[in-house]
Design a protein around this ligand. Sequence first.
Ligand code: ACO
Length: 429
Amino acid sequence: MSAPTQRAVILGGNRIPFARSNKQYAKATNLDMLTSAIDGLVARFGLAGENIGEVAGGAVLKHSKDFNLTREAVLGSALSPTTPAFDLGQACATGLEAVVSLNNKINAGQIESGIASGVDSASDAPIVVNDSMREILLELTRAKTMVQKAKIASQIRPAYLAPQAPSTGEPRTGLSMGEHQAITTAEWAITRQAQDELAVASHRNLAAAWESGFFDDLTTPYLGVSRDTNMRADSSMESLAKLNPVFGKKLSAEATMTAGNSTPLTDGASSVLLGSEDWAAEHGFTPLARLVDAEAAAVDFVDGAEGLLMAPAYAVPRLLARNGLTFDDFDVFEIHEAFASTVLSHMAAWESEEFCKEKAGLDKALGTIDRDKLNPLGSSLAAGHPFAATGGRIVASTAKHLKTTGKKRSLVSICAAGGQGLTAIVEAV
Ligand SMILES: CC(=O)SCCNC(=O)CCNC(=O)[C@H](O)C(C)(C)COP(=O)(O)OP(=O)(O)OC[C@H]1O[C@@H](n2cnc3c(N)ncnc32)[C@H](O)[C@@H]1OP(=O)(O)O
């Protein structure tokens, strides 16, 4: 198989600061936030009125009226209305999938430029009526006379009025992401201390990046918010130690996962500008980095054969093998912090000879990740995790980080609901 032509480059990104759900952005819709994230990028790169090759995006929690949320955002933005756009979905990896999709289209010569985006709002989550109520409401829309409508409406029972709120539960198991991860946490014997240390590092690194002005050309203030509201610069082991466990309490009296070492429910949106090298040169844009390859994996979590969020542990060895790379070839590891213990269980798996030989098909352990290279700009524990927006946050940040520090290569890894994971290699240009 010959290598694809590498024409696509990452040029920059823009996101709105992420906010804890039901707080500052409680009244904003997914569409409002996505449009703002795209418009901020358009303004920063002077693309108003331009026809971009394609805009890709999505949201995990979408309303049924959102046929094509990304296209609606384009129509509401300053981009040319003749810019095509499409929604895609890969749960928490949606934002990264959008980058991979447009990157590959540019490399294939199908488009010259693209904006990868993503948004999610747990505040604007769709509330769905139950099945019986849905049938009655659909029948009502078909009724022609008042008598017919009254007859159908008379079938409504009080119990039908209870809405089905969205949840972070896996449809096939009914367990929440947190409860699934608690099983994995116990399996890999990840300690509370290790989880809290990772959380403190995430807050510390994110706060330092904001303080240094790193995000000044990667974010646009929104609804009066100018920094990620979940971030706690003063986060400490002492303050985290005070929090009670929230997940895994039924599994063990010594449950370790708390609100401090789990991602909070978050609202936010992100966007990333990609273009061919020629398109970038024509517009006078300086490339930051390049996405050189990506690998997805899925695990069989339903019968408990593998942990729900463990797919990246399988994708990364395959990605590295295909590219002839080892951990030593990476300067940065951007591993999405769904929960602190998710990152720690992936790392434990890569350090385990047994896992790597028996499950990942390697002849030895993949190795240890240098902690100084892990999430140097903070990650989802501190920034929050508006599901489909996380990939864009990570790709734009790591691309700029490589460019500004002179580092060469970053490994991006995002676990997703449904037992899936998407990973990618980003290299400086
Ligand atoms: C593929 C994937 O990404 S899977 C992941 C998908 N995402 C999820 O599943 C979301 C998981 N998170 C959640 O469900 C929720 O955020 C929970 C259950 C963990 C916590 O929810 P809540 O209890 O509402 O959180 P809340 O913000 O009130 O925090 C609880 C307490 O911890 C405190 N706290 C939270 N973080 C910290 C911290 N870093 N340092 C100190 N205290 C903290 C809060 O101040 C609060 O204290 P208070 O009760 O005195 O006010």
